[in-house]
Design a protein around this ligand. Sequence first.
Ligand SMILES: N[C@@H](CCC(=O)N[C@@H](CS)C(=O)NCC(=O)O)C(=O)O
Length: 231
Amino acid sequence: MIELHYWPTPNGHKITLFLEEAALPYEIKPVNISTGEQFEPGFLRISPNNRMPAIVDTDPADGGAPISVFESGAILVYLAEKTGKFLSAEPRPRYDTLQWLFWQMGGLGPMAGQNHHFSVYAPEKIDYAIKRYVNETNRLYGVLNKRLADREFISGEYSIADMACYPWIVPHERQGQNLDDFPHLKRWFYAIKARPATTLAYDRGKDVSVQPTVNEESRKILFGQTAASVR
Ligand SMILES: N[C@@H](CCC(=O)N[C@@H](CS)C(=O)NCC(=O)O)C(=O)O
């Protein structure tokens, strides 16, 4: 059984997308990041960066003690290796998928995240910061659009690279992006949206919470963190 420590945000959705596609049994352990549950000692033991998602596999392949994994990219690789799904074992297609997974982890996710922060959440509107991250998101959408021009999914077949990217394209309007400017990306986006597992994954999220994660109270918890927060 996989225990999924989760809150319904883009990084959380990546993992429910995988688990629903693979039809792997899992149990959601909500981590309400609006109220500070990401700082609880029990959670920090499996996710020392005080971020969700994280998983605990209580039935690992080696039959040993439970294995915990944090960082959504590492979790996707772990689950792909456990199930033999959505990541090829052959070196060429495997690294094709992994390079795009890392592209999402180091580029699309952090840049779109800063875009949300400065465009939507920051108490002052700083033109330079907004332009910087809206433009960078735009560039990354352009890169993905080009990649998808001659293939159905990011690395040919549906893979963990697609599962990592899709939840970060869902809030495209809030990121100041128009999918009509990116026709191949738009075709890919609606193809993933139409998958039954995608609907199931997002429905699981709604079962956990439909409240906005960022509100007046949670701003203090989410946006005022320093090293002292995890001491
Ligand atoms: N690189 C991490 C990022 C995870 C992340 O930023 N999670 C956010 C929600 S999307 C979180 O837990 N935030 C809690 C906080 O900011 O205190 C991953 O991909 O797992």
